[in-house]
Write a protein of this length. Structure first.
Length: 560
C-alpha cells in the first residue's frame, strides 16, 4: 500500500471540502507529484459507491488501474476497446476505468457509456482535465450528472493554460487546490531545473503564421526539417546529452525519424523514434527499451507528452518550439521527477533537497533552440516555473536565459530576479513614504475606502481568467464584510487571497485587519505584515494617550 505524502492528503481534504459546497471541482498538480494517488484515495473514500475514472490514452488507463489497486486494494475493471466492465451484480468491480473515446463510441442504438448506470456511481474522475472542455468529455459529464445529481465530479491536471481557465471554469464549478511547479521544487519533491538555450544560425520562425494560438504545424515542420537545422539540433544535443537519458520532442514525424538516424550515426543503437501511428506493440517495446536503458534517446512526435513516467530522464530536447505554455509544461514534466526512492524516506524539505543533490540525478535540463522568432513570443522554462513569481521577474529571467551561452539554474534565477524587483519596489515605497511624511503635518485624515492589501502589507495578486466566471461564495462574502471589507471591491482571486491572509493572522495572533488600519493611519512607515496583536495594541494606545495625535514609537520600528 502507498503512504500518501502530506500535500497529497492536503489536496484530498481540500477537494472534499469543496464538495460540501459544489458537486464538481478540480485540482492542479505538477507532473511527478502523484495526482493519480490523490484520486485513488478519493476513489476509496466514496466506497461502497462505484467510481468511474476517464482518461484519453491507453497508458493513462493502465497507470490509473495500477495506482488505484496499489493505493486502495480495490479491484478495477477497464472499459476500452474490446475490454468491457461487467455489470453483473456478483462480478461488477467497485472501480471502472475507461477511455473517453470508448465511452462515446456507438453500442447498438446508444453509446458505450449507456452500459453504465449513473446511479451506481459516487465519483467521476476526469484525468488530464484540461481536455474536459471538449464535447466528448462534456457528453460524459452530462450523462452521469443529469442522471445522478448527487454524483461528485473531480478533474485533475498538471497543465491548465491561462487561456483555458475560463473555459474550464464553465465545466468545473470550483477549483480546490493548485500546487505550482516551483513550490514542488522548493519543497523537495521535484528536481531543480536548468535551462539551456542553443542558438542555431539561420533558424528563422519569423515568417511562420500562428494557428490556434501556436506556431502553424506545417510551416514549423518545414523549418525544423531543413538539413541545416536538423544537423544544428543534433550536433548541439549530442554533447549536452552525454551519457544522460534524454527525450526529444519534434515538430513532425519526419523530423523525429531523421534526428533518430543522426543520433544512431553518432553511436549505433543510441536512439529510437515513435509517432502516433507506431503500432502499439512496437511502442511498448520501444518504451521498455528506453526505460531499461537499452536506448538512450527517445525521439517522439506528439506521443509522450502525457502519461509517460520515466524518472531516469534527465534531459528534454525541445526540437519543436512552441507558444503554448500548456504544451511546453507537458513536455518539461517528463524530466522533473527525482529518481525512485530518493525523496519519500525524508520527512523535511531540507532533507529531501539534500537527498536529490546527492543522488545520481541532482537536476534536470531543458534545451531550447533559439533563432529569429520575429513577432512570436516562444515559451521557455521561466514561463512555466514562475508560479507565484511576478510576471516582471519571469520576463526578466526569460530574457537573461536567452542571452546566456551556458545552462542556467532557473529556480535560483527566478528567485534573484524577484529579489531585485522587491528591492526596487521597496526603494520606491520608501521614497514615496518619505514624501508622504513631509506632508504628514498638513494631512487631515478622513474616512475613505481602505486598500486591504496595503494596510496588511501583502502583495496584490494577478487577475486571472478564472475571475471572469468565479463568484465568491456567500459565506466568503459575509466573512469579508464582518472584517470591514467590501467584497465587491475585489476580484475572486483577490478575495480568496484576502480571506487566507486574515485566517493566517488569526492563527498567528498577528494584528487584526482593524488594528492594521489604525497602525497604517498613524504610523504608515511601519510594516504590518507580521506585526503581533500586542505590538499593534501598544502603538494604538500610544496614539490614544497622545490625544489621537501622531507620536513616535517607544521601540525600534518594525522592519518591512
Amino acid at each position: 500500500m502507498i503512504t500518501p505524502r502530506d500535500y497529497q492528503q492536503a489536496i484530498r481534504q481540500a477537494i472534499v471540502e469543496k464538495w460540501l459546497e459544489f458537486t464538481s471541482t478540480m485540482a492542479v498538480m505538477p507532473t511527478g507529484t502523484g495526482k493519480t494517488i490523490v484520486f485513488a484515495l478519493l476513489v476509496g473514500d466514496v466506497q461502497p459507491q462505484r467510481a468511474l475514472v476517464v482518461a484519453h490514452r491507453e497508458e493513462l488507463i493502465f497507470q490509473a488501474r495500477d495506482k488505484i489497486m496499489e493505493t486502495t486494494g480495490l479491484d478495477c475493471s477497464i472499459e476500452m476497446g474490446e475490454l468491457m466492465a461487467s455489470n453483473n451484480i456478483y462480478t461488477k468491480s467497485p472501480v471502472v476505468i475507461a477511455t473517453v473515446q470508448t465511452l462515446n463510441s456507438a453500442c447498438g442504438d446508444r453509446t458505450r457509456m449507456g452500459r453504465l448506470n449513473p446511479k451506481e456511481f459516487g465519483l467521476l474522475v476526469i484525468d488530464e482535465a484540461h481536455r474536459a472542455t471538449a464535447k466528448t468529455y462534456k457528453n460524459i459529464i452530462h450523462y452521469f450528472t443529469s442522471n445522478n445529481p448527487n454524483l461528485k465530479v473531480l478533474g485533475l491536471t498538471a497543465t491548465p493554460d491561462r487561456s483555458d481557465e475560463e473555459a474550464l471554469g464553465r465545466v468545473f464549478q470550483s477549483a480546490a487546490f493548485e500546487y505550482p511547479i516551483l513550490d514542488a521544487i522548493h519543497d523537495g519533491w521535484l528536481v531543480p531545473v536548468e535551462q539551456q538555450m542553443v542558438t542555431i544560425a539561420g533558424l528563422d520562425f519569423s515568417h511562420i503564421k500562428t494557428t490556434a494560438g501556436d506556431l502553424n504545424g506545417k510551416e514549423l515542420s518545414a523549418v525544423m526539417e531543413s538539413e541545416r537545422n536538423l544537423q544544428g539540433v543534433a550536433g548541439a544535443s549530442i554533447p549536452i546529452i552525454g551519457t544522460k537519458r534524454a527525450i526529444v520532442f519534434t515538430a513532425s514525424v519526419k523530423q523525429a525519424e531523421i534526428l533518430c538516424d543522426i543520433f544512431n550515426r553518432h553511436r549505433s543503437g543510441m536512439a529510437g523514434w515513435v509517432c502516433g501511428k507506431t503500432p502499439k506493440d512496437s511502442r511498448r517495446q520501444l518504451l521498455e527499451d528506453f526505460k531499461s536503458g537499452g536506448i538512450q534517446v527517445l525521439c517522439n512526435c506528439n506521443v509522450y507528452t502525457e502519461g509517460f513516467d520515466c524518472p531516469e530522464v534527465e534531459v528534454v530536447i525541445m526540437a519543436s518550439p512552441t507558444k503554448s505554455r500548456l504544451r511546453y509544461t507537458q513536455r518539461a514534466g517528463r524530466c522533473m521527477r527525482p529518481l525512485a526512492g530518493v525523496v519519500d524516506p525524508h520527512p523535511t524539505r531540507a532533507s529531501r533537497k539534500l537527498a536529490i543533490s546527492l543522488s545520481a540525478k541532482p537536476r534536470c535540463r531543458l534545451v531550447d533552440f533559439a533563432g529569429d522568432s520575429g513577432r512570436h513570443k516562444l515559451v521557455c522554462t521561466a514561463d512555466i516555473l514562475s508560479g507565484n513569481v511576478s510576471e516582471e521577474a519571469a520576463r526578466k529571467a526569460a530574457d537573461t536565459v536567452r542571452q546566456s551561452a551556458v545552462p542556467v539554474l532557473m529556480t535560483d534565477l527566478l528567485k534573484d530576479e524577484e529579489e531585485k524587483i522587491r528591492k526596487k519596489l521597496e526603494a520606491q515605497r520608501l521614497a514615496e513614504q518619505a514624501r508622504k511624511n513631509r506632508l504628514l503635518a498638513k494631512v487631515q485624515y478622513s474616512t475613505q475606502t481602505v486598500d486591504a492589501f496595503n494596510v496588511m502589507d501583502i502583495h496584490p495578486v494577478r487577475h486571472g481568467a478564472w475571475d471572469n466566471v468565479r463568484v465568491l461564495s456567500e459565506k466568503g462574502s459575509n466573512f469579508l464584510v464582518r472584517q470591514g471589507f467590501n467584497p465587491d471591491d475585489y476580484s475572486y482571486t483577490e478575495a480568496v487571497r484576502l480571506i487566507g491572509e486574515i485566517m493566517r493572522r488569526f492563527k498567528g495572533k498577528l494584528a487584526t485587519p482593524g488594528q492594521c488600519k489604525l497602525v497604517k493611519k498613524w504610523y504608515p512607515e511601519l510594516s504590518t505584515r507580521d506585526m503581533k496583536q500586542i505590538e499593534a495594541s501598544r502603538l494604538i494606545q500610544e496614539v490614544a494617550d497622545a490625544g489621537w495625535k501622531r507620536n513616535q514609537p517607544t521601540r525600534e520600528a518594525i522592519k518591512p
